[in-house]
Design a protein. Structure first.
Lengths: 332, 286
């Protein structure tokens, strides 16, 4: 009994949401709320980049902050040293290039071995990047970071920045949407569901995983660069484990294996964090507990669970990143 | 000469500490295929419980006992309540254990506060011993002894006892062991709890060695243990010991001569091992 009414049509809902977001600055919204929304948009891009790995390829990286941080530092360092804020596109490009090469090298080292190794090795590399940023203070400002990053004048107006960030989000969403529905994206999902089968069908699994990691790294670096523009300062926190965990939280809470889940997760996390951190000193514990509960009982996150309720599905097939993964493998 | 020898002893002592974390991590991974990302959190919980009980009773040994016991309980509960449901789901395991790490560390910060706490050596282990006209801190020598004892104990347990035989067989082929009528799940719980207890014990031992403890130490030492596992090979206690020794010595020398890149060298070593010998330097299986 699945009627294709407009209620279940995702495109209709997406357009309605977009119209609402476009109208938001015109209904007397405060500057503070606009800034919050800009963070949500940028973090949503970061979350989607992570979901390409976790949700669509089925690999868990604990070093995603490397790419976000690379993008942020590229923008921060270049715009401060060169003192010409209009070079932002160049800085973003440099950040993207470094992130792509880094992703390629780390992937080549770690994707060849068992998949748990990947999580562990990315974690080790993330620590390495964090320490480098902390020690090479001539370039990065050490733990003080780079204050007062001068950004292009166009970003000084909150409303303009809001629309630019929204456009950034929509553009990346459309590109990633295109990618996950392309033959490449389908192959990634086949690898997620059953790596051996994909391998025996003749796909070069390593090459596809590498492609996924490099694309994901590029998108995360873009988000990091935009984050530096929004914050106007960069410090080592963009490379910290917490930065990786935030991508993980957004994806898991919103819904694994759906791009929009990451967007939803970014919204939930950003607003909940703002609200919780005022009420409770160790607010992060609540996220941790929520995260564990979701992994245990709602492996599809908010969006996946709601969608299953609506469409009356009990067992999701293709869109499920966590629970149906690698069932064919034995314990070893 | 005396400096080199001193650094060497420090390095071996650090290696002994890392070994205490790595051995549990390695056996759990070898046996169950679970890489426990909360292992470092258990390590640091052990350190804090040890600190608290040591402070309250004045006895370091009581502190060590309490820390180890708490590690055992955390490990037991973790396996029974959480890990058990995820044996056939690798991605789920990784996500779950990282979540448990976040929760354990945040709880630790709530109970003890996020700040650095001083951790003094017990009186009986203060001072220096003089060997070959060089003096070494007693505590370092003590750590090396502890590490050696744990290694010998593990080795004896794994090679000479029935339970050790089951564990080694389980590392090779858990399904076959189950088919032979042994309750592998119970062995899993036991190994997981004991591995956690060893990590917590290592945490207590590390306190006086570092002189102070703070929550971030858990993650840092876990990273070292990961590197050791990659270098030494999975599920191999001798490999874990040699890997820990290598990492400990390398780390100590680097920290003295080029402190900025101490961890980088270990990560670089890990990368090198991954390129040349992905099964680990001392690992037999691929």
């Amino acid at each position: 009994m699945r009627t294709r009414s407009w209620l279940t049509n995702r495109k209709v809902w997406g357009l309605l949401l977009l119209v609402a977001l476009l109208a938001l600055p015109f209904v007397g919204t405060s500057k503070f709320l606009l800034s919050m929304m800009i963070s949500v948009f940028i973090l949503a891009v970061y979350g989607m980049s992570y979901d390409l790995l976790l949700g669509y390829t089925g690999i868990v990286s604990f070093g995603h902050a490397i790419f976000f941080g690379t993008g942020a530092y590229a923008v921060g360092i270049l715009l401060t040293k060169v003192k010409n804020p209009d070079l932002l596109p160049v800085a973003l490009l440099i950040g993207v290039a470094i992130a792509a090469v880094t992703a390629f090298v780390i992937g080549l080292l770690s994707l060849r071995v068992k998949d748990v190794y990947f999580s562990m090795i990315t974690l080790a590399f993330a620590e390495l990047f964090f320490i480098f940023a902390d020690k090479f203070s001539e370039l990065t400002g050490g733990s003080d970071g780079i204050p007062y990053v001068r950004v292009p004048a166009i970003f000084n107006d909150r409303t303009t920045f809001y629309f630019l960030a929204l456009a950034f989000l929509v553009l990346v969403y459309l590109i990633l949407h295109r990618i996950v529905h392309s033959p490449l994206g389908r192959t990634l999902q086949a690898i997620r569901e059953n790596e051996q089968r994909a391998q025996s069908l003749g796909y070069n699994v390593l090459r596809y995983k590498l492609a996924s990691l490099v694309i994901s790294g590029i998108v995360a670096a873009l988000a990091g660069g935009m984050w530096a523009v929004l914050q106007k300062y960069v410090n080592t926190s963009v490379l910290s484990l917490d930065q990786t965990i935030s991508a993980l939280l957004m994806t898991i809470i919103g819904g694994v294996g759906t791009l929009f889940g990451a967007v939803l997760g970014a919204g939930v996390i950003t607003f909940a964090q703002e609200w919780l951190s005022q009420a409770f000193d160790r607010w992060f514990l609540i996220f941790g507990v929520l995260y564990v509960l979701i992994v245990m009982f709602f492996p599809k996150g908010i969006l996946g669970t709601i969608r299953d309720k609506w469409t009356g599905k009990r067992q999701g097939g293709a869109q499920n990143g966590v629970s149906s993964d690698q069932r064919g493998r034995s314990v070893s | 000469m005396s400096l080199t020898l001193n650094l060497l002893v420090n390095g071996v002592a650090l290696g002994a500490l890392i070994f205490l974390i790595a051995i549990g991590l390695s056996l759990i991974f070898g046996l169950m295929g679970v890489l426990n990302f909360a292992h470092g959190a258990i390590f640091i919980w052990g350190a804090y419980i040890g600190w608290a009980v040591y402070g309250a009773t004045g006895s370091f040994w009581l502190g060590a006992l309490a820390g180890t016991a708490v590690g055992l309980v955390i490990g037991f509960l973790m396996e029974r309540l959480f890990i058990r449901k995820f044996y056939d789901n690798h991605v789920g395991q990784i996500l779950l254990t990282l979540g448990l790490m976040i929760v354990l560390i945040e709880l630790l910060k709530i109970v003890f506060g996020p700040n650095i706490l001083g951790f003094d050596k017990p009186e009986s282990l203060q001072g220096v011993v003089t060997l070959l006209e060089d003096s070494f801190p007693v505590y370092r020598i003590f750590l090396i002894g502890v590490g050696l004892l744990v290694l010998l104990g593990t080795h004896f347990m794994l090679t000479k006892t029935k339970i050790g035989m089951i564990i080694r067989a389980g590392v090779q082929d858990p399904e076959m062991v189950q088919a032979l009528g042994i309750n592998v799940r119970r062995v899993f719980t036991g190994v997981f709890a004991c591995g956690a207890a060893l990590a917590a014990f290592g945490g207590v031992m590390s306190g006086p060695s570092f002189g102070s403890i703070h929550p971030e130490l858990g993650m840092l030492n876990q990273l070292n243990a990961f590197i050791v596992i990659v270098i030494g090979g999975i599920g191999n206690h001798i490999g874990a010991a040699l890997g820990a020794l290598l990492v400990g010595i390398l780390q100590t020398f680097m920290a003295y001569y080029v402190p900025d890149v101490a961890l980088a060298v270990n990560v670089a070593l890990m990368a090198l091992v991954l390129i040349l010998r992905p099964q680990g330097l001392f690992g037999a299986r691929g």
